[in-house]
Design a protein around this ligand. Structure first.
Ligand code: ATP
Ligand code: MG
Length: 393
């Protein structure tokens, strides 16, 4: 089987000291898993670079896309290999450029040579010159433009071989999945929480989700939307377990027994308690939310303090200091945005107070809550949870 070569670079994994072999091993496993849909993939580390070979009949950009979805990967380059001989490298580079000319009709180029193997007899700037001359000879339509070339051709001469490539297609970076604990995302159908889950997973955290609904006030379609979002996320982080909890009995109790302007905050405190209990039961060590300072009434500094007061578990809020516009851009990059903006109601919008408190006092909120049997309500909600297992699309 003829195979194409891809150079895959890791980001932060390269900065690891003693633990580097561990991270490299996991990253390689994750990459192989992401490419397991292809036959006879060959992938291994060589001096800090991953060399990946995949059946040449698979479209290059499809392979690149699958590689760059793996957390821990900084960039990917489709490449060709040449013997470590400057004439052979020149010939391979000319062939490589000819293919680009045929496909894209480019006119100018520049070569950037790098000699990683100091035993190679030609120094970095001269690699550029030699190879540039060979390409000019082989591809008559081309001329050199060092300032603004159509194609910048990279030639890396390393210990294990010489590689020629053009693009460095960026991955998401981060750390390999499964190297940084387990977290429970509170997942609504909105724009923010999928991005928050993605950001923590990108740092290596294994993610599980809890979703609250108010059935029959919220429709099954609203929950399906959350499943659709998780399906996109599962494309990056593998199968995700989702816990679904009906919050309606608790919301009704709150509406009947507590001040109207505190409704949202009281509901949020219940969400946190229930999420914590489910997280403990499933060996998750942190809660994650898509909260963003000041975005809505329940996300003022005061409201967040009051929300946090009911749980012992650390609450991660990776979006806390981001602007909404940047969160939206991230959601578009990840592929969740178009699903998030579909108009289905969230349980938070059921019983929404007209004028929610924005600067709540903990003592007042606790006094309001004393009208409720908090423990029993939480236990009943946890008991009635339903589990949905969401697989990648
Ligand atoms: P999002 O876009 O994530 O829905 P939002 O701006 O709508 O965020 P809120 O509705 O106040 O903000 O929710 C803040 C956070 O609370 C969400 O990011 C999510 O982590 C959690 N949350 C809200 N609604 C739910 C829900 N129905 N189920 C689980 N978690 C929820
Ligand atoms: Mg929301």
């Amino acid at each position: 089987m003829k195979k194409n070569l891809y150079l895959v670079r890791c980001g932060e994994v390269a900065l690891k000291g003693m633990n580097r072999p561990y991270f490299e091993r996991i990253l390689l496993e994750r990459l192989k898993n992401a490419l397991s849909c292809y036959e006879e993939v060959d992938a291994h580390w060589k001096n800090g670079l991953m060399l990946v070979r995949v059946d040449a009949s698979i479209p290059t950009m499809e392979v690149v896309k699958n590689c760059s979805k793996v957390f821990g990967i900084a960039s990917v380059s489709p490449a060709v290999e040449a013997p470590k001989d400057i004439d052979a490298i020149g010939a391979a580079a000319a062939n490589f450029m000819q293919r680009i000319i045929d496909e894209e009709g480019v006119k100018t180029f520049k070569v950037r040579g790098k000699r990683v193997d100091k035993n190679f007899p030609v120094q970095s700037p001269d690699i550029g010159k030699y190879v540039g001359a060979a390409v000019l000879k082989g591809c008559k339509v081309l001329s050199v433009d060092v300032h603004n070339p159509d194609v910048e051709l990279f030639v890396d001469v390393r210990h294990e071989g010489a590689y020629i490539f053009r693009d460095k297609i960026k991955g998401f970076g981060g750390l390999p999945l499964g190297t940084n604990g387990r977290g429970m995302i509170l997942m609504s159908g909105g724009i923010d929480s999928p991005v928050a889950a993605f950001m923590m997973a990108k740092r290596g955290m294994t993610i599980e989700a809890v979703h609250f609904h108010s059935y029959p006030y919220t429709s099954p379609r609203a929950q399906k939307k959350v499943e659709d979002l998780l399906e996109v996320l599962a494309g990056y982080m593998g199968t995700i377990k989702m816990h679904c909890v009906n919050l309606l009995p608790i919301q009704e109790q709150i509406v009947q027994n507590c001040p109207e302007d505190e409704t949202t905050l009281l509901v949020r405190r219940f969400m946190m308690r229930i999420a914590e209990q489910i997280a403990i039961k499933n060996n998750n060590m942190m809660l994650i939310t898509g909260e963003d300072l000041g975005q809505v009434a329940s996300q003022t500094a005061e409201a967040l303090v009051v929300t946090d007061a009911v749980v012992k578990m650390p609450v991660m809020r990776p979006l806390i200091a981001m602007d909404k516009i940047d969160i939206m851009d991230m959601a578009k990059d990840i592929g969740t945005y178009d699903i998030s903006i579909q108009p289905y109601e969230d349980c938070c919008t059921v019983f929404l107070p007209k004028h929610p408190v924005t600067k709540p006092k903990l003592a007042n909120i606790e006094a309001s809550e004393s009208a409720l049997d908090v423990e029993a309500l939480v236990a009943a909600a946890v008991e009635a949870e339903e589990i949905v297992v969401v697989k990648p699309r």
